[in-house]
Design a binder for this molecule. Structure first.
Ligand code: XMP
Length: 514
């Protein structure tokens, strides 16, 4: 970032690299991930506050790259983690040996050398090669039970290396090691302030002069914060569009109305229910539904752009997006595309507008994590209840009615979702769950309503606790809450006699049902 000094995390491909960045930012050190190649290119001219060499799946014996430029400036602090430790060990004359059994999982480490760290820690190990002998320049500060070297520091340079992963939560008090590195070894002060992050975003936005900006506005925290910042810079040259594809919840329509009343920039609601419904008719395959919804979003935006060209003589030049740092990190990972990952679900946000529209991207949040975006939103005086809404997927209710969409089933989800939402809010439980929604199962079951037999469809309740949606546990809210919700749904939503609760964790279940 232009106005903030950075700690660079050199990505050797560990699955935990993103976590290191998050941890450091939470501790107050602004850090960014950099690829090995980029770091080797720029390290001679630019000096970061410190370098963190991440873990990685390879072996130092197979890596012939010359990393001496990481160590030529004797005052540049370097912290190696796992693979990074082996590189440091090798560079400073230690002996790294090829792993036979290695160490995986929890390990107990014991202090060897006086420092302000505690005497013992339980840590998370995941390595096969290891540093067997530290050589004459490194001294051992922690050893694991089986006498593997667990941590070393340089005798007179600001360099430290850890064989374990302080960034994962399985390591007890992992932050102690980061704090020790920054305070006692690197002597680097905390430097992350949300006001500077905001200032950086503003400088970035100002660099797009005379832009006519189109914003696909969902009302979620990312597009809200991006649009509010952009409005301060572009004023009336920002045009926000909320596409109502008929697959949004009542709370989303209300939310947009509320934002329209409370915010200075204009949000145009694009009515597109019929268009989406027509395209989705007769389609029951989840992947096909997702693709059709994604493609229809693009069609609607293309139409809007044309309409503004023809009727208002406005030529859009840029597309504003609330892309966050995790999406960017994924796309720069050195192993992207090399693995054999299968598509579980085609996610879509209005990300890929087609080339032919010739819109340049503006992504002011692409160095930030969600919690930082929320903090910036607070600085912009956006309300907490807008910034802490649950996530809602682009395809919306389209993937919450199983199989083919019908107007009646969409209504069942909308009405039941509204009841669930109202109860969460009124019972003060909204912030006790990460995401909560209802799903229509188009299967009739028998019940009794009044004095008669009912043969109607099912609503499932899905409530999960999560940090980032990658893994999740079902939310264990009080039974009395579920009872009230089920009772209201069966009484108030016509066509529903049975309510079930999804108690599957992710994995193996995904959060959405389709
Ligand atoms: P899954 O179902 O994959 O969901 O466990 C993880 C998180 O992602 C959300 N989700 C989406 N978000 N576009 C989005 O913007 C999508 O197509 C999409 N599909 C799932 C889901 O709601 C959960 O928060």
């Amino acid at each position: 970032m232009k106005n903030i000094d950075e700690v660079w995390i050199v990505d050797f491909g560990s699955q935990y690299t993103q976590l290191i960045t998050r941890r450091l930012r939470e501790l107050g050190y602004y850090s960014e991930i950099i690829t090995v190649e980029d770091c080797l290119k720029v390290i001679q001219e630019s000096r970061p506050l410190a370098l963190i060499l991440s873990g990685g799946p390879q072996s130092v014996f197979d890596d012939k790259t010359d990393y001496s430029s990481f160590f030529t400036d004797p005052s540049l602090p370097v912290l190696g983690i796992c693979y990074g430790m082996q590189l440091i060990g090798q560079y400073f004359g230690g002996t790294v040996v090829k792993g036979i059994s290695g160490e995986y999982g929890k390990a107990h480490i014991v202090k060897k050398k006086h420092s302000e760290l505690k005497d013992k820690y339980d840590v998370w190990m995941s390595h096969s090669d290891h540093l067997e002998n530290p050589g004459s320049e490194l001294e051992v500060i922690f050893e694991s039970k089986n006498e593997y070297i667990a941590a070393v520091k340089h005798i007179n340079k600001p360099i430290m290396a850890l064989q374990f992963h302080p960034e994962v939560h399985h390591t007890e008090n992992g932050d102690d090691f980061f704090n020790y590195f920054f305070d006692s070894i690197a002597k680097v002060d905390k430097n992350l302030e949300f006001s500077s992050l905001l200032e950086h975003c503003r400088v970035y936005l100002k660099s797009f002069e005379n832009a006519k900006v189109l914003c696909a506005f969902s009302g979620g925290v990312d597009s809200l914060v991006a649009a509010q910042m952009a409005y301060e810079i572009y004023g009336e040259s920002l045009y926000c569009f909320f596409v109502d594809h008929g697959l949004v919840r009542y709370q989303d329509n209300h939310h947009i109305e509320l934002l329209q009343k409370n915010l200075d920039f204009k949000i145009e609601v694009v009515e597109a229910k019929d268009y989406f419904f027509e395209k989705l008719q007769g389609v029951s395959d989840p992947e096909q539904k997702r693709k059709i919804i994604g493609k229809s979003f693009i069609d609607i935006f293309e139409k809007k752009v044309k309409e503004y060209q023809e009727s208002h003589n406005i030529e859009f030049t840029h597309l504003l997006q609330g892309t966050l740092y995790p999406d960017v990190i994924e796309s720069i990972s050195p192993f992207k595309g090399k693995g054999k990952s299968v598509t579980i679900k085609s996610h879509h946000n209005v990300g890929g507008l087609p080339e032919r529209m010739k819109l340049k991207l503006i992504e002011p949040l692409n160095k930030l994590f969600k919690d930082e975006v929320r903090q910036i939103g607070s600085l912009l005086k956006l309300k907490d209840e807008w910034l802490y809404r649950h996530p809602f997927p682009g395809p919306g209710i389209g993937v919450r009615v199983l199989g083919e969409l019908t107007g009646d089933r969409v209504r069942k989800v909308k009405e039941s979702d509204q009841i669930l939402y109202e109860e969460l809010v009124s019972q003060n439980l909204y912030n006790k769950t990460w995401q909560a929604f209802t799903v229509c199962i188009p299967q009739k079951t028998v019940g009794v309503k009044g004095d008669g037999r009912a043969y109607e469809e099912i609503i499932a309740l899905r409530l999960v606790d999560s940090v980032d949606g990658m893994t999740a546990n079902f939310s264990q809210l009080p039974y009395s809450f579920f009872e009230k919700v089920a009772s209201r749904i069966t009484n108030e939503v016509s066509g529903i006699t049975r309510v079930v609760l999804d108690i599957t964790n992710k994995p193996p279940g995904t959060i959405e049902w389709e």
